[in-house]
Design a protein around this ligand. Structure first.
Ligand code: SF4
Ligand code: SF4
Ligand code: SF4
Ligand code: FES
Length: 975
C-alpha cells in the first residue's frame, strides 16, 4: 500500500506538472516551498513531502474538484478551498492539517463509506484502493449515518468487457474514469448520467462497455481509485506482489509497462507513468492482450523432420541445433557458401537481431540477411537516408504537442499506433489543424471533438502525385521558407527541384484526374501545412515571430507502393521547403509497425548494411568488423527476401534460418512464398507458435515471448528501452542463446553469457550507439540514438537541429510514375490493406487472446455503389481475384471506402489477403506494393480453391504437431 508520503517516481502527485519556468514561493504547514507557477497547492505540498488526502485528483488528469477531501486553509482566504484546483501564489500561507479540516474530511469519507460495500477483505483491490487508503488517512473509525440508508449497494455489474469489470456498487462518482477517457484516451465513451443520488457512470448511451465506443484502452481502469473498474485478472487472482518494468512487444510506439506479477505469473500489465513514449497510457493490446504468452498453443520443445509432409519429432535442444548446423553445412558444401541465409525479426530484441545478422555474416560467411522491414519501412530507410542522411524519424512523440498543423498520410494511428493517436488527438483538441491524406475515411477524419480540415481521399497508388502537387502549390505561391533552405539545404538540388515541381504538369489541377482529389482541396491543404491558414494569406503565427510548426506522420500507406521510396522523398522535400525539420513540433515521422522494426534495421539486418546503416562495401567499416569478429566478410550485399525466394525457385538457395517472422502470412503472393520454401531443403523456424512459415519448416526451435527476455527494443522515436525478463523462457533456452548455440555448432564461436554483453559489442562497433549502456537505460529510463559523446547523455531527442546529418539537406526529384497495378476491365477495383486496433500484424499473438471478441475475421470493405453493381449485400461471401490469386471474405458494405476502392485487413491466415497481393514492389528497395492491387470482386458461395487447399494443409500440419506431442508424452509414460 502506498503511503501518502511515498516518493517513488510512480507516486501520484495529484495534479499534472506545470511547464512554467517561473517559480513561486509559498509556505505550506510552516515549510518554505517553491513550485513552478500554475502548480496546484496539492502538488506543491506533495512534491515537498507533505501529504494531502485526495480522491478525485490524480496527476494524469486535470483537476476536477468534486470530492472535497483535499480541502486546505489559506491565510487571508475564506472557507476551505480545494487544494487540487487552487494554484500556488507567491507568499501564500497554507495549512493542510487542522481540527476543522480533519472534521470536514472525516465527514466526506463517512458519506462515501456509508454507501460502499464493506467487503475490503474479499475485494480484489484490497491493498490497492485509494478509498481504503483515505479512510485510514483521515482516521475514519465509524460511520455515524449507519449503512441502512438509501444506497447503491445492489447496483449491477457490467462484465461485458473480457478484460475488466465495472462494479457500480463501488463507484464514488469521482469522474476520474470519465476524464481519463476524454483527456488521456480521447474516446469520450463515458459520461456521468443522472443527477444527485442518481448520478452514475455510463458507457455510451447507458450501454454495456462492449457495445459502447469504448476501445478497451484501460485508462479508466488505471484512473479509478476504487475497485469499481478492475482488471478481471486481479479479481480472479488477487493483487500482484512485485513488478518488473519492461516494454510492450506490439507496435512501434514502444510503451513502457510494469509487468505486475506474483511469482512468475503475470497478474496485470500497467502502463508505466515514466515511460517516455506513453507517459502512463496504453492500448488494449499492450494493456490486456498478453495472455498469448502462456497459451497452450505455445510450442516449447525443439522439433525436427526430414520433409514437411512428415510428422514432427520432438528432440533435445542439442539434437535440434546439431541437426540444423549439419544441414546448413551440407547445403553450403553442395551448393556453395551463398546457398543459405537468415531473416531477423522485428519482434525480437536488438541484441537477438544483432546476433542473427552476425551469425549470417560471420558463421554462414555471406550477407544473405534481411528483415521484415523489407516489406514495410525499407523505403523510409532509403528516402530519409538520401535526403537527410539518416534512416529514422526526426522527433519524439511528445513533440506533437507543439505542432500547429499535423499532416497524416498513409497512416491510421487510431488503429495501428493508438497511444500516439491519443497524444495527437489531445493536440488537435487544443486547436492544431489536421490534414489527412488517405484513400479511406479513417477515424481521425471525423472523431470525437476532432475533425480534419482536409481529407484528401486519393486513389491508392497516387501519393507521389499528391505530394508533388502540394509542393507545387508551396513553391508557386511563395509559401516556402527560403531563408531555411538557403541556410540548411543543398543549393543546386533546391534549384533543380523547384524548377521541377513548379512545372504546370505537377500542379494539383494537372494531377486531379489521376488522384481523384479536387485541385482546390490540394491547394487548401498545401496552404494550411505551409502557413497555418487554409487561405495561405494571413500567416497568423508570423506575428508571433515564427512560421507555424508543420509535422508530418506517415505509415505503410506511403511506403508499401511501387513508388514508396519516392513518396518518402516527397515528404522529406515538403518538410524542408517549409522549414519544418530540426525543432520541436515539426519533422518527418514514420510510424513504425512492429515493436522493434526500427531496431532490427539499426542492427544491420539489411543485406547491404552493417549495424548503424554502414554499407558493407565500405572497406574501413567492414575491416573494423572483420577484426572484431575475426572473419573476412564478403564485400558484396547479399540477397533480399524476394531474391532469396527467387533463388530458391531456381535451385540456388537451399536453407533458411528465420527467427520470429511469419513470411508465409506477411509477405506478398503467398503461393510464391510457399513454393520457395518448399523448394528449400532446410528451413529452420524459431517462433513461439507453429506459425504459417513453421508449417514449411524442417527444424523448429521454440522461441520466447517478450516476458521471457532481457534486452532492448527501439521504437519509432529511436528510443531504446529495456525489455526485462519476467519469467524464465518456457523452452528453457532464450532466443539469443539458441542463436549462440547454432553459431557454435557451425564452428563460429560465440561466448556471450548475457544480452548485455551483446549491447556492449554493438556500442563498441556502432558510433550512433557508442553511449548506450544498460546502466544508463536503467538510470534514465530510456535513451534515443544517436547516443554518444557528441550528444546529451540521453542521446538525441530531435534530429537535424542545426544541420542535417548528411550536412546540407538534399532535395530529390519525385517524378510520378503510375503503378503497374492499374484497373482494367478484368480487375476494375483497387484493393488496399491495413490494420485494426485489436489485432496485431499476422495475428499470431492477438488471435490467441480475448481481442478476437472485437475482430474475429478479416472482411472486405466495399462501397455501397460497387456492392450494388455486383449484387453484394452486407455480410455476403465475396470472391476477390487478382492476377496473383483468389480468396473469399465476407463483405462489409461501407462508405469508409470510396467507389472503386476495396479494403481489407490481414490478421487471419485463412483470409489469404496476401494470396491476392502481387509481386509488384518499390523501385529502390523491393518493398512490396501491398497497398495497390487491381482486383475483381464477385459474390460467391464457397471458399476459394486456395482456401480449401490451405484448410487441408493446415489440418495436416496441426496433426503433425499433435502427434509429436503425443509421441513425446507416450515416450515419457512408456505407453
Ligand atoms: S468508476 Fe471509478 S473512476 Fe469512475 S467515477 Fe466511479 S469510482 Fe470514480
Ligand atoms: S477503456 Fe478506454 S476507451 Fe474504454 S471507457 Fe475506459 S478509457 Fe474509455
Ligand atoms: S500496442 Fe503500441 S500503443 Fe498499444 S500499448 Fe503496445 S506499444 Fe503502446
Ligand atoms: S482531490 Fe481535490 S476535490 Fe477531490
Amino acid at each position: 500500500m502506498l503511503s501518502l508520503n511515498d516518493t517513488h517516481p510512480d507516486h501520484d502527485r495529484g495534479t499534472p506538472a506545470s511547464e512554467s519556468t517561473q517559480t513561486v514561493s509559498l509556505t505550506i504547514d510552516g515549510v518554505q516551498v517553491s513550485a513552478p507557477a500554475g502548480t496546484s497547492v496539492m502538488r506543491a505540498a506533495i512534491d515537498a513531502g507533505i501529504p494531502v488526502p485526495k480522491l478525485c485528483a490524480t496527476d494524469s488528469l486535470e483537476p476536477f474538484g468534486s470530492c472535497r477531501l483535499c480541502l486546505v486553509e489559506i491565510d487571508g482566504r475564506r472557507g476551505t478551498p480545494a487544494s487540487c484546483t487552487t494554484p500556488v501564489e507567491a507568499g501564500m500561507s497554507v495549512r493542510t492539517q487542522s481540527p476543522r479540516l480533519a472534521k470536514l474530511r472525516k465527514g466526506v469519507m463517512e458519506l462515501y463509506i456509508s454507501d460502499h460495500p464493506l467487503d475490503c477483505l474479499t475485494c480484489g483491490a484490497n491493498g490497492d484502493c485509494e478509498l481504503q487508503d483515505m479512510a485510514g488517512a483521515v482516521g475514519l473509525r465509524e460511520v455515524r449515518y449507519g449503512y441502512a440508508g438509501k444506497n447503491h449497494l445492489d447496483a449491477p455489474k457490467d462484465t461485458s468487457n473480457p478484460y475488466f469489470t465495472f462494479d457500480a456498487s463501488k463507484c464514488i462518482v469521482c469522474n476520474r474514469c470519465v476524464r481519463a477517457c476524454e483527456e488521456t484516451q480521447g474516446t469520450f465513451a463515458l459520461t456521468i448520467s443522472g443527477r444527485g443520488f442518481e448520478s452514475h457512470v455510463s458507457a455510451g448511451m447507458d450501454e454495456p462497455f462492449m457495445q459502447s465506443e469504448c476501445v478497451s484502452c484501460g485508462a479508466c481502469v488505471s484512473a479509478c481509485p476504487t475497485a469499481t473498474l478492475q482488471e478481471n485478472t486481479v479479481i480472479a487472482l488477487g493483487m500482484p506482489t512485485r513488478s518488473v518494468t519492461t516494454t510492450c512487444a506490439y507496435c512501434g510506439v514502444g510503451c513502457g509497462f510494469k509487468a505486475e506479477v506474483r511469482g512468475e505469473e503475470v497478474i496485470r500489465m500497467t502502463p508505466w507513468k515514466d515511460g517516455k513514449a506513453n507517459e502512463g497510457h496504453s492500448c488494449v493490446k499492450g494493456r490486456f492482450a498478453w495472455g498469448y504468452a502462456t497459451h497452450p498453443d505455445r510450442v516449447t520443445k525443439p522439433m525436427i523432420r526430414a520433409k514437411i509432409t512428415e510428422p514432427w519429432r520432438e528432440v533435445s535442444w542439442d539434437e535440434a541445433i546439431a541437426h540444423a548446423a549439419s544441414e546448413f553445412k551440407r547445403l553450403q558444401a553442395s551448393f556453395g557458401v551463398n546457398s543459405i541465409g537468415g531473416i531477423t525479426s522485428s519482434r525480437c530484441t536488438n541484441e537477438e537481431t544483432y546476433l542473427v545478422q552476425k551469425l549470417v555474416r560471420a558463421a554462414f560467411g555471406n550477407n544473405n540477411v534481411d528483415t521484415c522491414a523489407r516489406v514495410c519501412h525499407s523505403p523510409t530507410g532509403y528516402g530519409l537516408g538520401q535526403t537527410y542522411g539518416t534512416s529514422a524519424g526526426t522527433q519524439t512523440f511528445k513533440s506533437v504537442a507543439k505542432a500547429d498543423v499535423i499532416l497524416v498520410i498513409g497512416a491510421n494511428p487510431s488503429e495501428a499506433h493508438p497511444v500516439f493517436a491519443s497524444r495527437m488527438k489531445r493536440r488537435l483538441r487544443q486547436g492544431a489543424r489536421l490534414i489527412v491524406i488517405d484513400p479511406r475515411r479513417i477515424e481521425l477524419v471525423a472523431t470525437a471533438h476532432v475533425k480534419a480540415d482536409f481529407h484528401l481521399q486519393l486513389r491508392p497508388g497516387t501519393n507521389v502525385a499528391i505530394l508533388t502537387a502540394l509542393a507545387h502549390v508551396v513553391v508557386t505561391e511563395g509559401l516556402d521558407d527560403a531563408a531555411y533552405t538557403a541556410e540548411r539545404c543543398d543549393d543546386k538540388s533546391v534549384a533543380q527541384w523547384r524548377e521541377f515541381v513548379a512545372r504546370p504538369e505537377n500542379s494539383p489541377e494537372a494531377f486531379e484526374a489521376e488522384t481523384g482529389v479536387p485541385a482546390a482541396l490540394v491547394r487548401g491543404a498545401a496552404r494550411l501545412y505551409a502557413t497555418g491558414r487554409a487561405d495561405g494569406t494571413a500567416q497568423t503565427l508570423a506575428a508571433a515571430g515564427r512560421r507555424p510548426n508543420g509535422a508530418i506522420y506517415y505509415g505503410l500507406g506511403v511506403t508499401e507502393h511501387s513508388q514508396g521510396s519516392t513518396a518518402v522523398i516527397g515528404i522529406a522535400n515538403l518538410a524542408m521547403i517549409t522549414g519544418n525539420v530540426g525543432r520541436e513540433g515539426v519533422g518527418v515521422n514514420p510510424l513504425r509497425g512492429q515493436n522493434n522494426v526500427q531496431g532490427s534495421c539499426d542492427m544491420g539486418s539489411f543485406p547491404h548494411e552493417l549495424p548503424g546503416y554502414r554499407h558493407i562495401g565500405g572497406d574501413a567499416v567492414r575491416h573494423q568488423f572483420d577484426q572484431a569478429w575475426g572473419v573476412t566478410l564478403q564485400s558484396e550485399p547479399g540477397l533480399r527476401i524476394p531474391n532469396m525466394f527467387d533463388a530458391a525457385l531456381h535451385g540456388q538457395f537451399k536453407g533458411l534460418y528465420c527467427q520470429g517472422e511469419d513470411i508465409v502470412q506477411s509477405d506478398p503472393d503467398t503461393q510464391h512464398v510457399a513454393s520457395a520454401l518448399k523448394a528449400m531443403e532446410c528451413v529452420v523456424v524459431q517462433d513461439i507458435f507453429l506459425n504459417e512459415t513453421a508449417k514449411y519448416a524442417h527444424v523448429f526451435l521454440p522461441g520466447s515471448s517478450f516476458l521471457e527476455k532481457d534486452g532492448t527494443f527501439t521504437n519509432a522515436e529511436r528510443r531504446i528501452s529495456r525489455v526485462r525478463k519476467v519469467m524464465a523462457p518456457l523452452s528453457g533456452v532464450g532466443d539469443w542463446e539458441a542463436t549462440v548455440r547454432l553459431s557454435n555448432a557451425l564452428g563460429y564461436p560465440m561466448a556471450y553469457t548475457h544480452p548485455e554483453q551483446v549491447m556492449q559489442e554493438i556500442a563498441a562497433l556502432t558510433p550512433t550507439f557508442a553511449g548506450v549502456t544498460y546502466e544508463k537505460i536503467d538510470r534514465l529510463g530510456s535513451v534515443q540514438w544517436p547516443c554518444n559523446d557528441a550528444t546529451d547523455e540521453a542521446g538525441t531527442a530531435i534530429m537535424h537541429v542545426d544541420h542535417f546529418v548528411r550536412g546540407k539537406g538534399r532535395f530529390l526529384i519525385t517524378q510520378y510514375v503510375p503503378s503497374d497495378e492499374k484497373v482494367t476491365r478484368k480487375f476494375p477495383l483497387l484493393l488496399t490493406t491495413g490494420r485494426i486496433l485489436s489485432q496485431y500484424n499476422v495475428g499470431a499473438q492477438t488471435r490467441r487472446t480475448f481481442n478476437s471478441q472485437w475482430h474475429d475475421e478479416d472482411r472486405l470493405e466495399i462501397h455501397p455503389h460497387d456492392a450494388l453493381d455486383r449484387g453484394i449485400r452486407h455480410g455476403d461471401w465475396v470472391g476477390i481475384t487478382s492476377r496473383a490469386g483468389e480468396t473469399v471474405l465476407r463483405a462489409d458494405v461501407t462508405e469508409r471506402v470510396q467507389p472503386g476502392v476495396v479494403y481489407t485487413t490481414f490478421h487471419f491466415p485463412e483470409s489469404g489477403a496476401n494470396v491476392i497481393t502481387t509481386d509488384s514492389s518499390d523501385w529502390a528497395t523491393n518493398c512490396p506494393e501491398y497497398k495497390v492491387t487491381a482486383v475483381q470482386v464477385m459474390p460467391v458461395a464457397q471458399p476459394s480453391s486456395w482456401q480449401r487447399a490451405y484448410k487441408d494443409f493446415d489440418e495436416d500440419q496441426r496433426r503433425f504437431l499433435a502427434d509429436a506431442r503425443l509421441g513425446a508424452a507416450a515416450a515419457v509414460t512408456g505407453k
